[in-house]
Design a protein. Structure first.
Length: 157
């Protein structure tokens, strides 16, 4: 499966994580779950996702700490999920190159809109270098061509 069709869901709320995984799988994605920052780093290095859907609050570290650790082993796009979208969180997300922020609770339609916007972006390391992902180890998204990298999800209106 192409890297861009892989998503790592980093979420410690089991029911939400399983619902997100099922939603992605119905859309043709290979979706895996990690419930802690430590397990997310291990999963990212082995699974090599094109995108990470990352919770802001994890049991063992912050989402930003997890993202920093993940990006030492794998380059990919990130959408942050938080119930606390304060200005400080937004500033920190921007500093970490987070592509989008989803405010909890969110609808699946809202998630799909964020994914469409994120899928059209570059991964952080490639973006910083001003180029599209070209290395095979880079899991970031390049602008999609037909057919869409998002599988069977309907494009938002």
């Amino acid at each position: 499966m192409a890297q861009s069709r892989k998503v790592l869901i980093v979420e410690d709320e089991e029911i939400l994580a399983e619902n997100l995984q099922a939603h992605f799988q119905r859309g043709g994605w290979d979706a895996r779950i990690a419930a802690t920052g430590k397990s997310a780093v291990i999963a990212a290095s082995e699974f090599r996702p094109g995108m990470i859907l990352l919770d802001y609050h994890l049991p063992d570290m912050s989402g930003f700490e997890a993202l920093e650790a993940i990006r030492t082993v794998h380059c990919c796009s990130c959408v942050l999920m938080t119930a606390h979208p304060a200005d400080t969180v937004r500033a920190e997300a921007e500093r970490h190159g987070v592509a989008r922020i989803l405010s909890k609770p969110f609808s699946m339609a809202g998630l799909q809109t964020q994914l469409w916007e994120t899928a059209a972006g570059f991964c952080v390391k490639c973006f910083e270098n001003g180029r599209r992902p070209s290395r095979p180890e880079c899991g970031g998204f390049a602008p999609p061509k037909a057919p869409s990298v998002l599988g069977n999800f309907p494009k938002p209106a």
